[in-house]
Design a protein around this ligand. Structure first.
Ligand SMILES: C[S@@+](CC[C@H](N)C(=O)[O-])C[C@H]1O[C@@H](n2cnc3c(N)ncnc32)[C@H](O)[C@@H]1O
Length: 407
């Protein structure tokens, strides 16, 4: 494919924003693509793909380019050059990997880059491009499983959608995309995978609320909560409501759906999404003080605790987490998870159920928290079942879910 300087410059600009201005990769790409209406579908795909892949392989690329820290736009050009040289080998693409003679690429020696790239492949943290601390922490917790999980977490995720049964049925959404362009997912009844990447949120079907974008592993969490229409359900860490909307669909607009979070802007976004989805029974509550929860103690038939976590199970969708997550955050988030589990579980009524869920592959954020809870609360709670999804095993993002019942 012929390289266009404007598109490489846009990719360089995106990376500068992500790594120097510390902005979130998905937001940067979204805004960049919105900013230039002249770019066609292939241009947009080039910028999005190369930005995400460079973030994913950042450490490997820096090693190949012999750049320890990138600060200036010229460093980012050198890294983009090194990436374009190694990309055909690394992703198995039929591109030639020959750089155009642009002044920004001056001084890059393709042979040296390739020689350093090949050398890096024998050291996991370079070859799989992860920080030392993350490699060590995950290897310590997961043992030999980390190797295959990490390899799988470094592959591009498919575009997966969930059919919103409040507005559409599976066949309607299949027909919208064309049966030849979409496939169903065994064991996840409302999930569909696009065979070819496309911007699904730009479609009429999306605007009408026929579906949401949601990984198949994530789609297992709401049904795990054993919801029946008419129940009173609380989603305590609702965020912008990926799982709230699924729960609402399972409630069939009967009963009540209370979504809570500590960040108002997420709840505001959730209300917008709920409207599009045809959800009629949603209430939201901003938790700005623990007293906000006092009146809710013992009221929920079902409670979802989709707690904040490291996000190590969704690295393929958010590769910048590798570089933005710090070990100190991991320590403090485990304490937040424990507090949420310990305090919010009081909201469940006797005989009611709760799911504790994370999008982390680490047992210390998942199984160990539930073990600790059961140790101190075994007179009040039964652990009914636990389930894990894994990119390496089933191709879904790495989620953990535990179903508990209050006696
Ligand atoms: C994993 S995210 C939730 C994702 C969401 N459930 C979804 O499916 O889209 C965790 C959420 O917990 C919220 N959070 C963090 N601390 C909290 C707390 N103490 N109480 C309630 N929510 C909290 C965060 O703002 C974040 O939105």
């Amino acid at each position: 494919m012929k390289l266009y300087k404007g598109l490489v410059a846009a990719t360089v600009d995106a990376l500068y924003n992500i790594f120097v201005k510390n902005r979130q990769a998905d937001r940067v790409v979204e805004q960049l693509l919105k900013s230039n209406k002249k770019w066609g579908a292939r241009d947009r795909a080039f910028i999005a793909e190369n930005t995400y892949e460079m973030v994913r392989w950042w450490r490997l690329i820096k090693y190949a380019a012999e750049i320890e820290k990138a600060f200036e736009p010229e460093d980012f050009w050198k890294l983009a050059g090194a990436w374009l040289i190694i990309k055909p080998r690394h992703l198995g693409r039929e591109e030639d990997g020959i750089l155009p003679q642009w002044p920004e690429f001056e001084g890059i020696h393709a042979e040296t880059v390739l020689e350093r790239y090949t050398r890096a492949l024998s050291t996991r943290k370079l070859a799989q491009s992860v920080p030392d601390w993350m490699d060590e922490t995950a290897a310590q917790e997961l043992g030999t499983k980390w190797d295959e999980e990490l390899t799988a977490l470094n592959q591009q995720a498919p575009v997966t959608i969930r059919v919103n049964t409040l507005k559409a049925d599976l066949q309607t959404v299949i027909n919208t995309f064309g049966p030849e362009n979409i496939s169903q997912v065994a064991g996840v009844p409302e999930a569909l995978i696009l065979k070819k990447r496309q911007n699904v949120t730009g479609t009429d079907a999306f605007r009408q609320g026929f579906f949401e974008v949601q990984d198949a592993g994530s789609q297992l969490i709401a049904p795990f909560l054993d919801i029946k229409p008419g129940m009173s359900v609380i989603d305590a860490c609702a965020g912008a409501g990926g799982k709230t909307l699924h729960i609402a669909a399972l409630l069939e607009n009967q009963g009540s759906m209370l979504a809570m979070d500590i960040e108002q802007h997420k709840l505001t976004e959730l209300v917008k999404r709920a409207e599009r989805n045809g959800v009629k029974n949603l209430e939201t509550l901003l938790i700005d003080d623990e007293l906000a929860l006092k009146n809710l103690v013992g009221t929920a038939d079902r409670l979802l605790l989709d707690v904040p976590c490291s996000g190590l199970g969704v690295l393929r969708r958010n590769p910048d987490t590798k570089w933005k997550l710090k070990p100190q955050f991991l320590n403090s988030i485990r304490q937040v998870q424990w507090q949420i589990l310990d305090h919010y579980s009081e909201l469940v009524k006797k005989g009611g159920k709760m799911v504790y869920a994370t999008c982390s592959i680490l047992p210390s954020e998942s199984e160990d928290q539930v073990k600790k809870f059961m140790k101190s609360r075994k007179k009040e709670w039964n652990l009914i079942s636990e389930h894990r999804t894994s990119v390496a095993q089933d191709g879904f993002d790495g989620f953990y879910m535990a179903l508990l019942e209050r006696k």
